[in-house]
Design a protein around this ligand. Sequence first.
Ligand code: SF4
Length: 346
Amino acid sequence: MDRIELNSLTFDELEDFIVSINEDRYRADQLFTFFHKNYGKAIKDLTVFPIRLRDKLDGMGKVNNIEIFKRLDSNIDNTKKYLYLLEDDNIVESVFMEYKHGLTACISTQVGCKMGCYFCASTKDGFVRNLSPAEMLNQVYVMEEDLNNKITNIVLMGSGEPLDNYENVLKFLEIIHHERGHNLSYRNITLSTCGIVPNIYKLAEEGIPITLSISLHSPFDEERRRIMPIGNKYSVSEILQACRYYYEKINRRITIEYTLIEGVNDREEDLLELTKILKGIKCHVNLIPLNPIKEFDYNRPSQLGIKKFKKGLNNKSIPATIRREMGGDINASCGQLRRRYSKDKR
Ligand code: SF4
């Protein structure tokens, strides 16, 4: 029988587990705090438990741990890129960024990704597997321990499509938010998706007030399909309909991610169509100048072009900002580092 991953269990699941093995319910509270507040890594360190109980838990359960494989520090700002080694020797990336409003961790939800967006390095070696809740939590906890500081904001925007690992991501959110653990406000969490429409509706029904961020990248279906295969499954209008629903249910403004690619989605007609389709949607557009990768031979527009696009949106009363580039000197785009070091390791 597989041993249960104890630090992937929600508070309620942990209570059920403890009760099911005929132990006192309050032990679940202690165990949860040990993992999610005190960075506990091994049952043997849980010295408030009698040895008998530690041995019992060790026999029935396991604790997932990840370690820092490499850290790259920016000399420009305080951005740090982490490569983590997982227990099965896979590698995932996370990024730490320091903003005025707080300390942000951008974390991965899958090893690789099956979505195939052409401009993204995370998908180039395909999909490997989903991350467990503990593997997502540990990206935050290990970063906090390393920095000796508390993360205040989390973005699920690293490798992987969070809504393609729905159950584990939901558990991650519940655990990191729980008052007996990290106690992070849902409002400080952003989930970025390429637009898996049924799961956007599902997420809206959960009623948890996280920010939904949509990787749109083109207002035209045909163009979007060319850079994002998911466009073959769900149209732009279906995605925006789901966004309206999300806003109605959750009452949080949607973020629209728009990677600016020269000659592909920065034309006058793109701007016009974008302003048309976003009209009436409570949203904010985050313009991201393309970070070129070898396999996608396109450039970002000029600085002037980027500013013009932003102004065009603002002129139509659509709030838009240009994403500030963090860690410009360690600026391998998401997924590139993992690919390089996974290969080195092999
Ligand atoms: S952009 Fe996101 S959804 Fe698309 S391939 Fe990359 S990780 Fe996957």
